[in-house]
Write a protein that binds this ligand. Structure first.
Ligand code: CO8
Length: 373
């Protein structure tokens, strides 16, 4: 068995920021127009009036202050409330692949690798732009990477589950270097007209190079001590969009064809599950939670992260121990913990222990324990 390291990370940030103030103004305008248009039905009690959203609620309930998106005029247009995207011809690089290539190039540069050194490309994300050909194969070709490529989806845990597959492939000698890419273009499968969740998501893409430790030339290298994955079926986070919708004669605007959730239940179920999972993983590797210098946690909700870290450490974590990026990026599905890792790892010293952990739909939980080389 070979040792595997994470030797480079990359981040593509979507070009347009939307503040909570802008978002709430657009939503409230939408709600006012809806209530006006449906005034008779609302008065008759057959349609429920929409309540206004508020910046204060969003910041208190989630910790999110803004998000980045691929396109913002469509999202903020009360008559549209979704991004305005142009379909591209088959010959052009697709949008999702474009973001993947950008993040991957940065990760390759950090690792001191050329695309040709890569033997496996995994595109791991909550939603793919199309069914096939695989996004990963398009990215592989655009980069000039070798070997093989495939897509996988474990919702918010896609990145950690993808890293685990790359680590297995490197450890067993199937490949010497792999790229795991997480294009989370959430704005197109997010319901911007639902007050309960309209503030939650943002667009981003992350990338990670995993390679053989004895061949790595990177300045910052993290030895992978172990990966632990777990799933437990739940309907509390769901999106029913799929290739059978057409045959089911569904209305394409049905609410369940976009992200929906029981946020409170998710919070209550997932916090203890994630803390227990992480504690067990550390124990299996001979570590205690206090041995970990930094936790790079999934970024869905500030209180959730604080609660999980508190369960592990027995006290409130400092921003240095469990950095937060969701105030700037919002929830970016599987990319969140990787953004935290990308942004907050260069200052750690050789020998420091770190842990990446994601949790979300499925339910799914994935953790990766890393030691700075
Ligand atoms: N403005 C003002 N008031 C509001 C708003 C709003 N925008 N929204 C709700 N309220 C009101 C409610 O009506 C309710 O009022 P009342 O008490 O009178 O009934 C009150 O505020 C409280 O509402 P909630 O109970 O819903 O609020 P919470 O405190 O639970 O906060 C959260 C809601 C922030 C959603 C919280 O529950 C949470 O973060 N939960 C965790 C969810 C989570 O982690 N989910 C993971 C999803 S990500 C994932 O797995 C990947 C999926 C794939 C990606 C999809 C990309 C699109």
């Amino acid at each position: 068995m070979h040792q595997a390291v994470i030797s480079g990370t990359g981040l593509w940030v979507a070009p347009h920021a939307i503040s909570n103030q802008e978002l709430v103004a657009a939503y409230n305008q939408y709600a006012e127009t809806f209530n006006h248009t449906h005034a008779d039905a609302i008065a008759a009690g057959t349609v429920a009036a929409l309540q206004p959203s508020s910046v204060e609620f969003i910041e208190k309930a989630s910790g999110i202050k803004q998000r980045y998106v691929v396109e913002k005029t469509g999202v903020l247009d009360p008559a549209r409330m979704r991004p305005r995207l142009q379909a591209r011809p088959d010959e052009a690089l697709s949008l999702m692949a474009e973001t993947g290539v950008a993040a991957a190039k940065e990760a390759l540069q950090a690792a001191g690798r050329d695309a040709a050194d890569i033997g496996m490309v995994i595109c791991a994300a909550s939603n793919m732009q199309r069914q096939y050909p695989a996004m990963a194969v398009e990215i592989q070709q655009a980069l000039g990477a070798g070997g093989f490529a495939f897509d996988m989806n474990v919702a918010c845990s896609s990145a950690t589950f993808g890293i685990a597959q790359a680590v297995n492939a490197v450890q067993t000698g199937q490949v010497t270097a792999a790229l795991v890419i997480n294009p989370e273009l959430t704005s197109s499968h997010h319901c911007w007209t639902d007050r309960d969740c309209h503030f939650i998501f943002g667009d981003v893409c992350t990338a990670v190079v995993v390679e053989r430790a004895d061949q790595s030339k990177a300045a910052h290298r993290w030895q992978v001590e172990g990966c632990k994955l777990a799933t437990l079926f739940s309907n509390n986070i769901r999106n029913n969009a799929g290739f059978m919708n057409r045959s089911e004669d569904r209305n394409p605007d049905d609410r369940d064809l976009l992200f929906y959730q029981e946020g409170r239940k998710v919070f209550k179920d997932v916090c203890p599950m994630a803390a227990e999972h992480m504690e067990q993983h550390l124990q299996e590797l001979g570590h205690a939670p206090a041995d970990v210098r930094r936790y790079w946690l999934h970024q869905a909700n500030l209180a959730m992260n604080q609660l999980i870290a508190k369960r592990l450490l027995g006290r409130d974590p400092s921003a240095d121990e469990a950095p937060i990026i969701l105030d700037e990026f919002a929830n970016t599905a599987s990319a969140g913990s990787i953004i935290a890792f990308h942004r907050h790892q260069a200052d750690l010293q050789a020998g420091d222990l770190g842990m990446v952990c994601s949790f979300g739909a499925g339910y799914s939980i994935g953790s990766v324990v890393l030691r700075k080389v």
